[in-house]
Design a protein around this ligand. Structure first.
Ligand code: NAD
Ligand code: LMR
Length: 338
């Protein structure tokens, strides 16, 4: 039961014995929320990824068109579409990686937390599907507010008895992409040469760029630090305001999610030395979840790396971040215990 039977029609014209074996080796990946602003571009980018052999596109609306469209790209991944709750199980069965950009985006004047009431339930029902149909899949969770939706997902998996902290990753790659871009603008270099660790969480003051740990090593004036920290923490709001009611970041987010998913897939393949920032279950601070550099491997976040030395400004930022994060985590956990 999927939405592009045309694929099977072509294949059915020849007897199996007369057809090439086909089927490139690779991972099975699902995009949940595939017809949305992020979902469409992300589906395009995942169809371009040579590590993907099967790409399942799921949404509650509009998946047939997105599926037909993406399936005509002449890259190796086989694309199948699924629509509505009754097809969630088929969409998720057998998946190695599930990427979730489902849920409402912000409008001007809203915080990410204002999305909680709508998106908490969406994330819960999708994660219940994951627990049932692909309990060993690695999950990349994009839906906001990430600081609360990751704890919600963890609670769902705990209840289902499938929770493995290594396999649940909140996507904060866009914060790193923004930090790299804005730092490169200040330095006058190519952003691809810059790597800024961004730790904490994914909302306002919880987004903590570690400008003292930029690679390659460089130093900033107090004015530059203040400008960069502000711009990185408010990057999402900058896009929400520029879109003026038409949503939040979708294109840069799809790019960031595709980059993060590719890093996960390379880790799953066994590549060494894959390190990305992500919001995960963590013992780096006293909080149960925290974003920091993680080493990605066959089982997901194999190792959570320490924060490294912070300067006074960053230590003060960390205290502010922890206060807000703690409340957002508690809100997610309470939602599941209601
Ligand atoms: P959008 O409204 O364009 O798309 C969301 C899609 O989710 C829609 O197609 C909708 O039909 C689908 N959806 C709703 N309920 C669903 C369900 N139960 N199952 C499957 N799909 C469902 O929104 P968008 O701009 O693509 O943003 C999606 C989410 O990502 C928002 O919550 C947004 O805040 C968040 N976001 C996170 C980051 C990040 O850095 N983590 C960045 C940008 C956006
Ligand atoms: C972002 O950082 O762009 C996303 O979290 C979307 C938003 O609401 O800002």
């Amino acid at each position: 039961a999927h939405l592009n039977p045309t694929m099977e029609e072509g294949a059915a014209l020849r007897p199996a014995a007369c057809r090439a074996k086909g089927g490139a080796p690779g991972f099975k990946v699902a995009v949940v929320g595939a017809a949305g602003g992020i979902g469409q571009s992300l589906s395009l980018l995942m169809k371009m990824n040579p590590l993907v052999s099967v790409l399942h596109l799921y949404d509650v609306v509009n998946t047939p068109g997105v599926t037909a469209d993406v399936s005509h790209m002449d890259t190796s991944a086989v694309v199948r579409g699924f629509i509505g709750q009754q097809q969630l199980e088929a969409a998720l069965t057998g998946m190695d990686l599930v990427i979730i950009p489902a849920g409402l985006p912000r409008k001007p004047g809203m915080t990410r937390d204002d999305l909680f009431n709508k998106n908490a339930g969406i994330v819960r029902s999708i994660c219940e599907g994951v627990a049932k149909s692909c309990p060993n899949a690695i999950v990349n969770l994009i839906s906001n507010p990430v600081n609360s939706t990751v704890p919600i997902a963890a609670e769902v998996f705990k209840r289902a008895g499938t929770y493995c902290p290594k396999r649940l990753l909140g996507v904060t790659t866009l914060d790193v992409a923004r930090a790299n871009t804005f730092v490169a603008e200040v330095l006058g270099v190519d952003p691809r040469e810059v790597n800024v660790p961004v730790v904490g969480g994914h909302a306002g003051v919880t987004i903590l760029p570690l400008l003292s740990q930029v690679s390659p090593p460089c130093s900033f004036t107090p004015d530059e630090i203040s400008y960069l920290t502000n711009r990185i923490q408010n990057g999402g709001t900058e896009v929400v305001e520029a879109k003026a009611g038409a949503g939040s970041a979708t294109l840069s987010m799809a790019f960031a999610a595709a980059k993060f998913a590719d890093a996960c897939l390379r880790g799953m393949r066994g590549d060494a030395g894959i390190v990305e920032c992500s919001y995960v279950a963590s013992e780096v601070t006293e909080l149960p979840f925290f974003a920091s550099k993680v080493r990605l491997g066959r089982g997901g976040a194999e190792e959570i790396l320490p924060l490294g030395p912070l300067n006074d400004f960053e230590r003060a930022g960390l205290e502010k971040a922890k206060k807000e994060l703690s409340e957002s985590i508690q809100k997610g956990v309470s939602f599941m215990n209601k």
